[in-house]
Design a protein around this ligand. Structure first.
Ligand SMILES: [Ca+2]
Ligand SMILES: [Ca+2]
Ligand SMILES: [Ca+2]
Ligand SMILES: [Ca+2]
Length: 477
């Protein structure tokens, strides 16, 4: 019952457009066999393909501005529109894709300009619609990045203490600050990076070891990330404080020795750092100036002190001010007779004539012995006397004279002068009398003449050898 083959034909078709934008067609098919039997299909529909999109998108670059200078990392952005829809925007740098396509508005890209050399570049945004229509917009920019590291200069270490150092340097542009340091050029330690950008840099290093040589170098980075590193340099921290006093001892004279004349006092002094000076002392008073040069010696004239026991010490000091005092050394000063006689007392002056005044006083004492007395008339020495009396002669009548006497010993030590005593010579017609209270037979020494023993008696004015009314003293045989 297979029907003869007959072509299937489409019956008249009546297109019906429901909408302009979505034309929908209904149709049915009909077929009749050889016997005239007709078959008709149910209704069915189809839609024709839409008209092709031939409209290009519109695109423009919003940043950066055309002909601008750019550096560092910037945002490149574009706006794009299309009659149907923008599928993507592709940014390009000199026709080379810059990142992936951006399929979602807003269309932008972060661009690190430092990845290319300085110079002119074309930035392009290519917008594409679903139909493959593309449009592009371009701007020209100048990439101008800082490619030069800072120039470091004047790196110095200052304010050195036992555990700190201040490192200073300058840069020719704003840059950050950091110091690497350590016991060798391997460094090993670094200050905390000071990110603030300055041109005058100071970094303080703490926690250092006293008296130690450190190597360091400074580092500064500019805003563009260009790093400069100084050559190696060194500094030494302050030495640890000296808290150890010197050791000092007197080496001469020997303890308990007898000294006389001029002697050398010497000491030895040592210190863990160094001795600055040694001060000798006698009975706790400075003996001369401090000696600063080893060997520590002092030339001491022992006659400047009284005979007897004295104590020598030596005080040594170091630069840190630590002081040490030696063990005391006792010595006996023995310089012979250095003591003057006692001051004469009880001086009396009595005029015995118009030209003579008799002096008498209490004898002085001396540790060795009084040798004599110096006679001073009106402040001038006129004679010496080996005894404690003297008769001054050759004076003017009726004249007041003031006397003092002083005792001396064999080596010339002279006492203080006595209290003064005065007397007035007599008229030529008068006669003085030797005071009986003296109780002595005066030994009189005339200046420039040897001593002589004299006794006195009155000679009568009636003597035929003297003018009437005069008396004179004579020396007995
Ligand atoms: Ca389009
Ligand atoms: Ca720079
Ligand atoms: Ca010391
Ligand atoms: Ca004496």
């Amino acid at each position: 019952m297979r029907p003869a083959t007959r072509p299937v034909s489409h019956s008249r078709q009546r297109p019906q457009r429901w909408q302009c934008k979505t034309p929908l067609y209904h149709y049915r098919v009909k077929s009749k066999d050889a016997a005239g039997n007709l078959a008709v299909s149910p209704d069915a529909v189809f839609t024709t393909a839409p008209p092709p999109d031939t409209t290009l998108p519109a695109v423009s670059i919003t940043t950066p501005a055309a002909n601008s200078s750019v550096s560092g990392t910037i945002t490149v952005s574009a706006t794009a529109a299309d009659n149907v829809g923008v599928a993507s925007v592709q940014f390009k740098l000199d026709d080379v894709n810059l990142g992936p396509e951006d399929t979602v508005a807003p269309y932008s890209l972060s661009w690190n300009t430092a990845t290319v050399g300085n110079g002119l570049y074309a930035l392009t945004a290519v917008a594409r619609d679903a139909a493959g229509n593309t449009a592009s917009a371009a701007v020209t920019v100048t990439v101008s990045n800082d490619l030069t590291p800072p120039v470091l200069s004047g790196a110095t270490a200052s304010a050195l203490s036992v555990d700190t150092a201040a490192i200073s340097w300058t840069t020719d542009e704003l840059a950050d600050s950091q110091v690497e340091y350590g016991l060798s050029t391997g460094y090993g330690s670094a200050s905390v990076l000071d990110a603030s950008r300055v041109t005058a840099h100071t970094v303080t290093l703490n926690g250092l070891t006293a008296g130690t040589l450190y190597h360091y170098r400074v580092k500064s980075k500019d805003a563009a990330g260009n790093l400069a590193v100084s050559p190696d340099a060194v500094f030494t921290t302050a030495p640890p404080p000296d808290t150890t006093p010197p050791a000092v001892s007197i080496t001469a004279p020997a303890a308990n020795s007898s000294v006389s004349g001029t002697i050398t006092v010497s000491a030895t002094a040592t210190d863990n750092v160094s001795v600055v000076g040694v001060q000798f002392k006698l009975d706790n008073a400075n003996l001369g100036a401090e000696t600063t040069i080893p060997l520590y010696t002092f030339t001491w004239n022992t006659t400047t002190v009284a005979n007897g026991t004295h104590t020598l010490t030596a005080v040594a000091r170091d630069a840190a001010g630590n002081v040490a005092i030696s063990a005391p050394v006792s010595v006996m000063a023995a310089n012979g007779d250095v003591l003057p006689p006692s001051m004469p007392t009880g001086l009396t002056a009595t005029a015995v004539s118009s030209s003579q005044i008799f002096l008498v006083w209490s004898p002085s004492t001396d540790n060795v012995g009084v040798v004599g007395y110096k006679i001073f008339r009106d402040g001038m020495q006129v004679a010496t006397s080996s005894t404690s009396a003297y008769q001054d002669t050759g004076l003017s009548p009726v004249t007041t004279y003031k006397y003092t006497v002083a005792a001396f010993d064999a080596v010339g030590n002279t006492s203080a002068p006595s209290a003064p005593a005065s007397a007035t010579t007599l008229f030529k017609s008068a006669q003085g009398v030797v005071p009986a209270s003296a109780g002595v037979t005066p030994s009189v020494t005339i200046a420039g003449a040897g001593p002589s023993t004299a006794s006195r008696r009155s000679v009568s004015a009636a003597s035929p050898f003297l003018p009437a009314g005069t008396r004179r003293c004579v020396t007995a045989a």
